[in-house]
Design a protein around this ligand. Structure first.
Ligand code: ATP
Ligand code: MG
Length: 911
C-alpha cells in the first residue's frame, strides 16, 4: 500500500499545484484582521482580499493561492458548540484557497479543482459530488455554465451533479456588495458514516446533515454587485474565491474517519494521553475532552503567536475563554496542574516550519498558557461550587435558565467564562441567558471606562469616494492606482485640487471659515498608521490667489483614497486651483524622533525583559510616545532604568537607519518583527537600526530620522498596567525630553538653594531634616504630656464638693485613654472617697472616663451609669465596672455641657 501523505505534504501539494498554474503564493494573514474593526477574527481565506473584491485595493498579482489561519468562535461564524462533538468542525482551522482577481473564471477553477482531486490526489471519481446554483425563486439565472463545465470533466458522474438554492449555493459577503453563485464539492465517505440511519426522517444525501457526505471545498464565482435586496448588476470583472477545509481533505487523503485522527491532531491527543496515563480504550471513551483540549491548544498557540494573549475583553477574552475551557475539560481527565503548555509545545513543533510565528513566539506562548491556567486554578473551585449551588437552586424552582447577570458575576468574581458555564449547565440539562451575559458585560465595560471595542464601519463614505475616484481615474486626472502617496519624500511642485467636499457634498468653491475635505492627485501628508499620527500642515495657493487651508486631519475613506480635512483660514478657492502641499515639518520631525525611539524601546524591552515583551499597541505623537507590550508584572525601577539607558546608548552611538523594501516572506525569514493586526502587502518596507549587528529590525511604514543621534535624548515618564498581562510605557524625546529634564533640574536647583546644599547632598540633607523633625515631634509630645499632667496635678489640689463628697471633673488637652486612666487612679489614691470624671479628645472625637471609690458604690453610685449619662450628651455611649468606666462620643464641642451632668447624676442617685 502507498504511504499516506502527511498533512504538511498535502498543504504543500495544494500550494504547488496552483503555483504551477501561475498563482502567487500569498502567506496567511494574521488571525487578527488588519485594518478591519468590524471583524473580531479572520474567519475565511477571503478576509485579506476583501478590499480587492470591493475594488478599493489592488495587488501586484491576479492569481493567488494561500493557506489561511481561520478562527470561528465569535460573531456570524461560531462553531464552538460543534467542536469536540463532531469530526469536522474546529475553532481554529486552515482554509486552502485559490483566487482569481479578474483573471480566470469558472472553467479553469472547476477544471483545476477536478484535476487536483482526481489526478494529483487520486480520489475515486465515483465518490465525488458537486452542487451548483439554481435559484428557488427563479429570479437570479441558474448557473448553467458551472453545471456544463462539471459535466465536461473526464470521468465525472452526471448523476453526481445537484442543483441547490440560495442558502447553499449563493454566496454574499454582506447585504450589499460583490456576490455570486458557488459550486461545492462533497466527498462520499460511505453509508457506514451516516450516524442518522435510525432516524426515519433522515434522507441520506448531499447537504443532508449527516457525516456520510462531507463538504470539502467551496468555489465562489463573484460576478454580481448587489445594490439592494432586489437589484443585482453584473460586475465588469469577475473573480474566483475558493475555500477548502484543510483538516477535512487531510482526513480523506489519510483515510481516517475523523479530522482528529489525522496527523494534524493525533500527536496532540497522544501528548494529552501521556499526561493522563490513559489506555487507548479509556481515551476513546473520553473523546470530547481529548478533542477539545487538542483543538483549543492549537487555537490558543496560534492566537498568542499573533499577539492575542488571554485577557478581559474582546479578542483577549476569547483567548482566555479557550485556555480556561481546555483547562476545565482537563479536569474531567484529572489533569489538575497546568498542562496546556505541554500540548502547545507539540503544536509549535508540528506547525512551526510552515507558521514560523509559532517558533518565534514559543516562550510567550508557553508562558502565557501556564500563567493563565495558574490564575484560573486560584478561583475555579470556588466558581464551580457557586455555579453548582446556582444550578441546584434553579432546578429546585423548576426553572431551566440561568440568569445572565449571575453568569457574568461568576466570570467577574471567579473567572468562569460564559462558555464554561454554558458547558456545565448543558451537562445538567439547563440553559444560560447568554444575551443577558453580554449585556451585563457591556454595562460593566462601559462603567469601567473600557469603552466599546468594535464600532461600525462607515460604508456610505466608501461609496461616495469610490464613485468619485472612479470618475477621476476615467478622466485621467487621478492615477489608476489612486492617490499617489509619498510620505517619505516632499512634493515640491504644484498639484490640482480635484475634489472639494463641504458638509458631505462636493462643491465648486469654498471660502474663509469653511470646513473642507480636499482630494489631490498626490500628497506627502502622512496618514495615521502603525500608531504614528497623521501629519498636519497647510495647502496653499500656487497661483497667487492667496488662499490657505489649514489641514488638521487626514482620512482614508477607502483603500488608495486619501483626503485632507481642514479649514479655509484665508481667501477663497475653487476646484481646479493649483496648490502647494506643505506638511508642518517641525511637528513631523518630533514625530520621527518618537517613532525611531519607539523601535529602539521595543528592542531594549526585548533585551532587558525577554522576547515575550512584544508590542501590543503604540502611539507615536509629536509630544510623546506610548508603547504597550506583553509582560506579566510591573517593571522594577532597575529594569526601567536599564531600558532607558539602552535606548540612550543607541542614540549616542548615532546608528544610521537602513530602510529597504523587500518581499514580506524574505523580511520575516530574516527575523524582522511584524505586528499583529497590521495588514502587510507582498512587498514590505523594513527599518533596521545598527551596524553589523542589527539592534532593531521591524516592518514599518512610518517616517523615521536618518540617524539615531537625531533623537537627542530619551526619557521614560511612565510605566503602568493597562490590562492583565499588558504594560504601558510613556516616554519623551528630543526637545521635549530636554525641557522635562530642565524643569526637573530647575526644581532641584530651587530646593538646593533653599536648603543651602549642593545637589549631591540634597537627599542626605532632607533625611537629616526629617530625623530632627521626628525628634522634635517626640519632644513636643513629651512636653505636652507633662503639661497635661501638671494641669491635672494642680486641679487635684483644688477640688469641689457635691453633697459633701469630693468631685473632680475636668477637660484635658490631648490625653489618651491610658493617660486619663492614670490620672483617675491618682485621684483615688489621694481621696478615700470621691468621684472623678475626665474628658479629652482623640482624633477630634471626645473620650471620657469616670471612676469612683468603693464606698460610693454602697451609696448608690455606679461609674458605668455615670459615664453613660455624661457621654449621651456628646452623642456617644460606653460603660464599665461600678468603680471605673469609659466612653467615647461624636461631638467634642459639647464636652463641657456633658460634664455638667456629673453633679446632676450625683444629686439624683446618692443615698
Ligand atoms: P459547514 O457547513 O461544514 O460548517 P461552511 O459552509 O461553514 O461549512 P465555508 O464557510 O464555505 O464552510 O468554508 C469553506 C470550507 O472550510 C468548508 O468547505 C469546510 O471544508 C471548511 N470549514 C468550515 N468551517 C470549518 C470548521 N469550523 N472547522 C474546520 N473546517 C471548516
Ligand atoms: Mg459552518
Amino acid at each position: 500500500m502507498q504511504e499516506k501523505p502527511t498533512g504538511a505534504e498535502i498543504r504543500q501539494d495544494f500550494i504547488d499545484f496552483f503555483v504551477e498554474h501561475g498563482h502567487t503564493f500569498v502567506p496567511s494573514s494574521s488571525l487578527v484582521p488588519g485594518g478591519d474593526s468590524t471583524l473580531l477574527f479572520t474567519n475565511a481565506g477571503m478576509v485579506q482580499f476583501k478590499d480587492v473584491f470591493l475594488g478599493t485595493d489592488k495587488r501586484p498579482y491576479t492569481r493567488a493561492v494561500n493557506a489561511q489561519k481561520c478562527l470561528r468562535v465569535s460573531g456570524k461564524h461560531n462553531d464552538l458548540d460543534q467542536v469536540g462533538r463532531d469530526n469536522t468542525h474546529h475553532t481554529f482551522f486552515e482554509m486552502l484557497g485559490n483566487w482569481s482577481f479578474g483573471n480566470y473564471y469558472k472553467k479553469e477553477a472547476i477544471t483545476w479543482a477536478w484535476q487536483l482531486l482526481t489526478e494529483v490526489w487520486n480520489l475515486p471519481k465515483d465518490r465525488l459530488w458537486a452542487t451548483y446554483f439554481k435559484d428557488e425563486l427563479d429570479e437570479i439565472p441558474e448557473d448553467r455554465e458551472a453545471a456544463e463545465i462539471w459535466l465536461a470533466q473526464p470521468g465525472f458522474d452526471p448523476d453526481h451533479l445537484l442543483p441547490f438554492g440560495r442558502k447553499e449555493n449563493f454566496w454574499e459577503m454582506a447585504d450589499t456588495g460583490p456576490c455570486g453563485p458557488d459550486t461545492e464539492i462533497h466527498f462520499d465517505r460511505g453509508p457506514e458514516y451516516c450516524e442518522k440511519s435510525d432516524d426515519p426522517d433522515h434522507i441520506c444525501q448531499i447537504n443532508g446533515d449527516c457525516e456520510r457526505f462531507l463538504e470539502i471545498w467551496n468555489n465562489v464565482f463573484i460576478q454580481y454587485n448587489r445594490l439592494s435586496e432586489t437589484e443585482l448588476v453584473p460586475l465588469e470583472k469577475t473573480h474566483v474565491d475558493t475555500g477548502m477545509g484543510f483538516e477535512r481533505i487531510v482526513s480523506i487523503l489519510q483515510d481516517v474517519p475523523s479530522n482528529y485522527k489525522t496527523d494534524l491532531f493525533m500527536p496532540l491527543i497522544k501528548r494529552v494521553q501521556e499526561l493522563t496515563g490513559h489506555s487507548d480504550e479509556v481515551r476513546e471513551t473520553n473523546l470530547t475532552p481529548y478533542r477539545v483540549i487538542a483543538d483549543h491548544a492549537r487555537a490558543t498557540a496560534f492566537l498568542i503567536a499573533d499577539g492575542v494573549v488571554p485577557g478581559n475583553i474582546g479578542r483577549n477574552y476569547i483567548c482566555r475563554m479557550l485556555v480556561r475551557r481546555a483547562a476545565r475539560f482537563g479536569m474531567k481527565l484529572d489533569l489538575n496542574e497546568p498542562f496546556m503548555a505541554k500540548v502547545a509545545k507539540v503544536v509549535i513543533d508540528n506547525y512551526g516550519d510552515f507558521y514560523s510565528e509559532l517558533k518565534r513566539n514559543e516562550k510567550a506562548i508557553l508562558d502565557s498558557l501556564t500563567r493563565e491556567e495558574e490564575q484560573f486554578q486560584k478561583t475555579v473551585s470556588a466558581g464551580l461550587e457557586q455555579l453548582d449551588e446556582l444550578l441546584a437552586g434553579i432546578k429546585k424552582k423548576g426553572d431551566e435558565i440561568l440568569d445572565g447577570g449571575a453568569t457574568f458575576e461568576l466570570y467577574a468574581t471567579h473567572g468562569l467564562p460564559l462558555e464554561i458555564t454554558q458547558d456545565i449547565a448543558e451537562e445538567q440539562g439547563l440553559e444560560v441567558d447568554s444575551v443577558g451575559f453580554s449585556q451585563a458585560m457591556e454595562a460593566h465595560r462601559l462603567a469601567s471606562g473600557a469603552g466599546k471595542g468594535f464600532g461600525e464601519m462607515g460604508s456610505e463614505d466608501v461609496e461616495v469616494y469610490t464613485k468619485l475616484t472612479k470618475e477621476l481615474q476615467d478622466s485621467g486626472k487621478l492615477d489608476t492606482a489612486g492617490v499617489t502617496y509619498t510620505p517619505y519624500q516632499a512634493i515640491k511642485d504644484s498639484v490640482e485640487i480635484l475634489v472639494l467636499i463641504k458638509n458631505g457634498k462636493t462643491t465648486r468653491t469654498v471660502e474663509v471659515g469653511d470646513t473642507v475635505e480636499v482630494l489631490l492627485p498626490k500628497t506627502w501628508f502622512y496618514v495615521e498608521s502603525g500608531g504614528q499620527v497623521s501629519d498636519t500642515g497647510q495647502i496653499v495657493s500656487a497661483d497667487g490667489k492667496d488662499w490657505i487651508i489649514r489641514v488638521t486631519e487626514m482620512r482614508k475613506p477607502a483603500a488608495s483614497v486619501i483626503v485632507h480635512v481642514g479649514e479655509v483660514v484665508q481667501g477663497q478657492l475653487e476646484k481646479g486651483d493649483l496648490a502647494l502641499v506643505q506638511v508642518d515639518m517641525e511637528r513631523r520631525t518630533k514625530i520621527m524622533r518618537n517613532h525611531t525611539a519607539t523601535h529602539l524601546l521595543h528592542a531594549a524591552l526585548h533585551k532587558v525583559l525577554g522576547g515575550h515583551a512584544r508590542q501590543a499597541g503604540s502611539l507615536v505623537a509629536p509630544d510623546r510616545l506610548r508603547f504597550d507590550f506583553n509582560h506579566p508584572e510591573p517593571m522594577t525601577r532597575e529594569e526601567i532604568l536599564a531600558v532607558e539607558a539602552e535606548v540612550n546608548h543607541a542614540i549616542l552611538a548615532n546608528y544610521p537607519l537602513h530602510i529597504e523594501e523587500k518581499p514580506l516572506q524574505k523580511a520575516i525569514d530574516e527575523g524582522a518583527m511584524a505586528l499583529f493586526g497590521e495588514k502587510y502587502e507582498a512587498e514590505v518596507r523594513t527599518i533596521s537600526i545598527g551596524d553589523e549587528e542589527r539592534l532593531s529590525y521591524e516592518l514599518c511604514g512610518g517616517t523615521h530620522v536618518d540617524e539615531t543621534g537625531d533623537i537627542g535624548l530619551f526619557l521614560i515618564t511612565y510605566e503602568g498596567s493597562i490590562a492583565s498581562g499588558v504594560r504601558r510605557i510613556e516616554a519623551v524625546t528630543g526637545w521635549r525630553a530636554y525641557q522635562l529634564a530642565r524643569e526637573r533640574m530647575n526644581i532641584l536647583h530651587e530646593v538646593n538653594h533653599f536648603l543651602g546644599t549642593a545637589p549631591a547632598e540634597t537627599v542626605q540633607k532632607i533625611k537629616n531634616m526629617e530625623d530632627s523633625l521626628h525628634a522634635a515631634e517626640k519632644e513636643i509630645e513629651k512636653l505636652r504630656t507633662q503639661l497635661v499632667a501638671g494641669a491635672f496635678d494642680e486641679q487635684l489640689d483644688e477640688i469641689e464638693e457635691i453633697e459633701g463628697i469630693p468631685v473632680l471633673k475636668m477637660i484635658l488637652l490631648d490625653a489618651d485613654m491610658d493617660a486619663l486612666r492614670g490620672m483617675a487612679d491618682k485621684f483615688r489614691q489621694k481621696y478615700e472617697t470621691g468621684v472623678v470624671v475626665l474628658a479629652s479628645q482623640q482624633d477630634a472625637k471626645p473620650i471620657l472616663i469616670a471612676a469612683l471609690t468603693e464606698d460610693l458604690v454602697q451609696r448608690g453610685l455606679h461609674a458605668g451609669e455615670l459615664v453613660k449619662k455624661v457621654s449621651s450628651i456628646v452623642g456617644g455611649g460606653g460603660g464599665g465596672r461600678p468603680t471605673l468606666a469609659q466612653a467615647g462620643g461624636k461631638d467634642a464641642s459639647k464636652m463641657s455641657e456633658a460634664l455638667d451632668q456629673v453633679a446632676v447624676y450625683i444629686r439624683d442617685n446618692l443615698k
